[in-house]
Unconditional design. Structure first.
Length: 277
């Protein structure tokens, strides 16, 4: 078994169709793939022509809040037709659109027009600041996405609009109620010191979280070992995923991330009692 349990299609902030992801995964030797788009399950709702011999895991990545930190929560094996989950995702999608409209007003006040037309032409169900960064680059207002966030979209940017996501515990409950397993996404990427990261994991476990990612695209080997130790200490299952978005990005690819240690693999999320794929 070779699993990649975290990737994105163009229905959120990825660049490719679900069919491309499945084909790419098969070419890279992946046997189990989860498409985990941000706050939407559109990739699961659309019929696919070919699964390329893969087991597709119904997934989601929900943006949520812990203290003042935005946290991403992976749901694996979800019932994407679950009413509670669908309602939460609809609220998230609506709020995301409202945020884009607020950012658009600021951009227009600064002489930058066309954002909403650009977004409406995309396949995306959920819109992120990454989409807006792409627009700023393509329209010639910034050199690259990093500068787009620094000048406009980051906390110190002139078009920054703050946002409050649903609480982490609420997202955990919704995924569990939709028959899914919950996984803390890329814990090493958050702006948290050692104490705060441990506090997040403790909170996650106390609210019946199931697992945490210990290997993903671009992870530092020291961070991977540290996350494996934290998962073991918290009695959490481990998960893995490329967090793939774009075939042109050379730092990651579907199925391409460091293999966890043999000890960590023994507690992989696919060994969870409620895993059924």
């Amino acid at each position: 078994m070779k699993a990649d349990l975290h990737c994105h299609s163009y229905y959120s902030d990825g660049n490719h169709a679900p069919d491309f992801l499945l084909k790419r995964a098969a070419e890279n030797g992946v046997t189990h793939l989860a498409i985990t788009d941000h706050d939407c399950t559109t990739a699961l709702e659309k019929p696919l022509d070919d699964y390329y011999g893969l087991q597709l895991i119904p997934g989601i990545e929900v943006s949520c809040q812990w203290e003042t930190q935005e946290i991403h929560l992976i749901g694996l094996g979800i019932d994407w037709e679950n009413t509670e989950l669908k309602n939460i995702l609809y609220k998230q999608q609506t709020a995301r659109r409202s945020r884009c409209e607020a950012i658009n007003q600021i951009l227009e006040a600064n002489g930058i027009e066309g954002l909403l037309d650009y977004l409406d032409a995309l396949a995306s169900t959920t819109f992120t600041r990454s989409h807006i960064a792409d627009f700023l680059v393509l329209s010639g207002h910034t050199k690259n996405k990093q500068k787009a966030f620094k000048q406009y979209l980051g906390k110190k940017g002139k078009a920054y609009v703050p946002f409050t996501w649903i609480p982490l515990y609420e997202a955990i409950n919704a995924i569990h109620n939709a028959a899914g397993l919950t996984v803390l996404a890329h814990p090493g990427r958050y702006s948290l010191n050692k104490r705060k990261l441990e506090a997040l994991i403790t909170h996650f476990k106390a609210n019946e979280g199931d697992g945490m990612e210990v290997s993903y695209g671009g992870i530092d080997p020291l961070m991977q070992r540290h996350l494996e130790q934290l998962a073991e200490s918290a009695s959490l299952f481990i998960s893995v995923g490329s967090d793939f978005h774009n075939a042109e990005a050379h730092w990651t690819d579907i199925g391409k991330f460091p293999t966890p240690s043999p000890a960590a693999i023994k507690n992989a999320i696919w060994n969870h009692p409620r895993w059924h794929f």
